[in-house]
Design a protein around this ligand. Structure first.
Ligand code: WTA
Length: 647
């Protein structure tokens, strides 16, 4: 089938910040005169002390290290706030839309945001929070979450945001790993009309965490939550007496900015660490070029601040660029599937950036929900988090964008800080489903399993050959794990964990994870994490988790479970295990299928053959490969014969 190519619309080619010729020239310069390119791009940041060194990086074991702009100093909160005050102080920085449309929105100007951040920073300082200290943030999508992030950046504390959908156990693990003494939370969150007991979750988590002595609690729903004497502080009361000015701390470019935990193929989630200078340059630059952003435009990234997309493209990128950034507390289908587009109309959103999983869910509800809204303000659409299938792309383009708005399908990762492979709306002809072309300074390469470089149109393992400013710097507390995870598979390269195809036009098409990570509704899950949650249950002897195709979520969670000898597996145990995993990790890890298995396919040395389980999960028994090396090949027949029917 011939693929459709959408040329750059004429008005975009003419008016965009970057057209095709400019993209080519800038890209060439970024890889040929790397220091010169970044020296210029870094001017977008207000440095306190200018840097002299630009790029000092090596992916090789002997001299491994990544540092950018190392001798420069800056403060990111000042770059997001203070420098806009003179010109844009009264412009709206955050436009907040509540979960329930009957409640009022909030409009916070740069001046107001600056004041709130200063006061909150002073409150943190009053409670002894020091430069370099970790602050755990477990807040819903409310402006105070951005205030908390910026306040940490202002005083040089390292924030670690834990998605408010994670369970007390998951929260406790993250608090302990980064040895956080202070937690910021709210009484309750609200999503789709349902309350999320955040404070109760924190109380539960803190039974396991001895490090925490201070909890600051935001009154959001007004629910009556118990406050622990001497530990819990009311947010508003605490802020009330604070001074409205707080001098930003002078940070070194390589000082840590935040930790964000993310799932990998092995072990517990790792604390991805980003630093200040390179991240700022990278995120500000990509936000401006990818979205063709000009100050004053209304921009909406629908991600949660609990994920990296929320860090880079709800808060830091847009605010550095003086944007009006929309922050949405709710969900796409509450009160009805028109919600996104009603918010677009209400605020006159020009740029909308969302995840394919939401689009697929809305697409299924029918076009009427979209068509009853105007959406005439929309100019540009973005996609992130997982591959977008051509059907969803076409619907987004034709129905939501009425054929008028380019779609930027941005491929990147928590580890990369910002967009790495993406179309630019004024420069790139679009191919539905292709992340397309590398961002400035990014050198993607495809390797085969043995590490040989593949040229031309081909399929392979996606690696990045050289460093870029927004790259993560380490795994919190485990620098060796950082090297082993990303730089040891293919020597001298950053390994992404993704498979990828490059076509004859040099477009990159991400085909999905090739490690034991699955992508459920755009959320990254380590299969190992779900397995260890399952085996923590008293009745479970062994578990293996794989991804399965899922029409809405992209991938679903398929768990093979072997019970202890005396246990009679039945439907009620199945329900119990589903509930158990939700409790251990959170609702996003809810297994879609649990298949009880008397045995798992193992090699004679006892290694589970995941390749076979993946095929069974995919309901594809045609190509199971060689099963003769299995200790007991008959387990495979048993698994196939007893595979539950799935949709
Ligand atoms: C996947 C989210 C295809 C990919 C920003 C990557 C994508 C993982 C895309 C990172 C895209 C992200 N097309 N796949 N446009 N964007 N992915 O860390 O597998 O939550 O490795 O970062 O999501 O997920 P993470």
């Amino acid at each position: 089938m011939a693929e459709t190519v959408y040329p750059v619309p004429a008005d975009w080619a003419e008016h965009a910040l970057i057209d095709e010729a400019r993209y080519r020239e800038m890209y060439r310069r970024s890889v040929e005169d790397t220091d010169g390119f970044w020296r210029e791009e870094a001017r977008r940041i207000d440095w306190i002390k200018p840097f002299t060194a630009v790029k000092q990086t090596s992916f090789h074991e002997a001299d491994f290290g990544i540092s950018w702009f190392a001798d420069g100093t800056l403060n990111l909160s000042a770059n997001c706030l203070d420098r806009h005050l003179a010109q844009r102080g009264d412009a709206v920085a955050i436009l907040w839309e509540p979960d329930d449309p009957r409640n009022p929105e909030r409009r916070i100007t740069y001046r107001e945001l600056h004041e709130q951040v200063c006061k909150f920073a002073n409150l943190l300082k009053a409670h002894g929070v020091k430069r370099g200290e970790r602050v755990t943030i477990y807040l819903p999508m409310v402006p105070e979450a951005a205030v908390a992030m910026l306040a940490c950046a202002r005083i040089g504390a390292i924030h670690s945001i834990v998605f408010a959908g994670f369970s007390p156990d998951a929260l406790a693990g993250r608090i302990t790993d980064c040895d956080s003494r202070i937690v910021l939370t709210a009484d309750e969150g609200l999503r789709g009309g349902r309350k999320v007991p955040l404070k109760a979750n924190v109380d539960e988590a803190l039974k396991q965490c001895t490090s925490v002595d201070t909890v600051i609690v935001l009154r959001h729903t007004g629910a009556d939550v118990p406050m622990a004497q001497g530990r819990d502080i009311d947010w508003a009361t605490g802020v009330a007496g604070q001074a409205a000015a707080c001098e930003p701390e002078e940070m070194n470019a390589e000082d840590p900015l935040f930790i964000l935990y993310t799932s990998g193929s092995t072990g517990k989630p790792k604390g991805v660490l980003h630093t200040t200078g390179g991240y700022s340059v990278w995120v500000s630059m990509t936000h401006e070029y990818v979205f063709d952003y000009r100050p004053g435009q209304i921009y909406w990234c629908a991600a949660d601040i609990g994920w990296v997309t929320g860090h880079s493209y709800v808060v830091y990128g847009p605010l550095m660029n003086g944007a009006t950034t929309v922050m949405f507390e709710g969900v796409p289908n509450f009160p009805d599937p028109s919600r996104f587009w009603q918010v677009v109309d209400k605020f006159g959103v020009e740029i909308f950036y969302g995840a394919p999983t939401a689009l697929r869910a809305l697409m299924r509800e029918g076009d009427e929900w979209v068509k009853k809204t105007s959406r005439k303000s929309l100019r540009l659409l973005g996609s992130v988090g997982e591959p977008i299938n051509p059907e969803a792309w076409a619907w987004y383009h034709d129905v939501v964008g009425e054929g008028r708005c380019p779609i930027v399908d941005t491929w990147w990762q928590t580890e990369t800080g910002g967009a790495m492979i993406t179309p630019l709306p004024g420069a790139t002809a679009l191919k539905p489903g292709a992340a397309s072309k590398p961002m400035f300074g990014v050198k993607p390469m495809l390797l085969d399993n043995d590490g040989s470089i593949l040229e031309g149109a081909t399929d392979g393992c996606l690696v990045i050959a050289d460093s870029w400013p927004g790259q993560m710097r380490t795994v919190w507390g485990d620098h060796d794990r950082f090297f082993q995870t990303y730089f040891s598979t293919f020597k001298g390269y950053y390994f992404t964990g993704d498979g990828c195809r490059r076509d004859e036009d040099g477009y990159y098409w991400i085909t999905g994870r090739i490690d034991d990570v699955i992508n459920v509704s755009g959320h990254r899950m380590g299969t190992a994490e779900i397995e260890s949650a399952l085996v923590a249950h008293a009745k479970v002897a062994e578990a293996a988790v794989v991804g399965m195709p899922h029409a809405i979520k992209g991938q679903g969670i398929y768990a093979f479970v072997t019970c202890n000898a005396e246990v009679e597996p039945d439907d009620s145990l199945r329900k119990e295990l589903v509930q158990w995993v939700r409790q251990e990790i959170g609702p996003i890890a809810t297994p879609d299928v649990i298949q009880f298995a008397p045995g798992l396919p193992k090699t004679r040395s006892g290694k589970i053959m995941r390749r076979i389980l993946r095929k069974i999960g995919e309901n594809d028994f045609s190509n199971l490969g060689d099963t003769s090396t299995l200790a007991d090949p008959s387990v495979v027949d048993h698994l196939i014969a007893n595979r539950p029917r799935t949709g």
